[in-house]
Write a protein that binds this ligand. Structure first.
Ligand code: HEC
Length: 287
């Protein structure tokens, strides 16, 4: 097998054409200096003109599309060079020297592509964006109940009864029930959403597990951290807001599902359905 480098081949063809033209030009000039006339001279003139024109075309057009490390010739500039800030670029105008600026505080972005970081398009606004109601949108009752080490205060119990909220809301906020048009549709929705997003790992029953004991598909592969049993007494004792937070942001080895379950009502619906599963399973401590 042999291989022709098209670039090298084309370059030698070009070089041959241009070289012939140069030789012809030299020969013609030499001959005219010697005072040659007649047929030889007219042939020389003709071929020089022919190859000259040919090389001109070759030189101007022939090198287009070649690779080169130097800057291309821009005959028509078309605003290719203009003063502007490039991403991650610098600016002398700002004291910190950065060309990229953060939006001013409390700016509300509109018409972007990132649903979670955007107030939506002007035609279909995203009312969830501002999350003014922390109870409904974050499941948080008292943001001040977070300790400096990141742990949060739990709900207050007195004599076996809930008497106050901690960091998370104790109960599913009424807006979720209203938006779903009642508890029954909320639970139905929760069942659909749970089976769609959670059952792969925790199983339709919520009992999780891994390997031989797995209820879900993912757990059957014998994970190092098995999907938790969400029916345990410990999870039953968690406030609704904490379950909501686990759905949205995940916990430990479990990833968050907020980016998939975008409708906040659906997240609460899942919490409601987990409660239903727990109720069906029963609480061995409650007789
Ligand atoms: C990719 C598999 C996977 C999916 C999908 C998944 N989980 Fe989990 N979940 C886990 C694992 C693994 C753990 C244990 C995490 C740990 O202990 O580090 C866990 C733990 C939990 C816990 C216990 C948290 C605690 O406080 O101990 C709850 C509740 C829970 N998941 C609910 C859900 C719900 C509701 C969904 C659906 C939105 C869901 N999970 C989807 C894997 C998953």
């Amino acid at each position: 097998m042999y291989y022709i480098d098209p670039n090298a081949f084309m370059n030698s063809v070009l070089a041959a054409i241009v070289g012939t033209a140069v030789l012809l030009l030299a020969a013609t000039m030499f001959a005219s200096c010697l005072g040659k006339r007649g047929r030889v001279m007219s042939y020389l003139n003709m071929f020089t003109a022919l190859f000259g024109a040919f090389s001109l075309v070759v030189v101007v057009m022939g090198f287009r599309g070649q690779k080169s490390d130097s800057r291309p010739w821009h005959i028509f500039l078309d605003m290719k060079y203009q003063p502007k800030y490039t991403s991650q670029g610098q600016s002398k105008y700002f004291a910190d020297g950065r060309g990229n600026r953060l939006s001013p505080a409390d700016t509300v972005p509109f018409d972007g592509t990132d649903y979670a970081a955007d107030a939506g398009s002007h035609n279909t606004p995203n009312p969830d964006f501002l999350k003014a109601d922390k109870r409904y949108y974050l499941g948080v009752a008292d943001a001040g109940a977070k300790r400096p080490d990141g742990t949060v205060a739990g709900p207050k119990w007195e004599g076996g009864k809930l008497t106050g909220e901690g960091y998370y809301v104790n109960h599913i906020p009424p807006q979720a029930v209203e938006k779903a048009n009642g508890w029954e549709p909320l639970l139905k929705r929760g069942q659909v959403q749970f089976n769609r997003h959670c059952a792969v790992c925790h199983g339709a029953s919520g009992r999780g597990g891994s390997g031989e004991l797995a209820y879900g598909i993912v757990g059957a592969y014998g994970l190092s951290v098995p999907p938790a049993n969400v029916l345990t007494v410990e999870v039953q004792a968690q406030p609704d807001g904490q379950l909501f937070n686990t759905v949205v942001n995940g916990k430990g080895a479990m990833p968050g599902y907020g980016h998939q379950i975008k409708d906040v009502m659906d997240r609460w619906a899942i919490v409601a359905y987990v409660r239903e599963l727990q109720y069906a399973y029963g609480n061995p401590l409650v007789k």
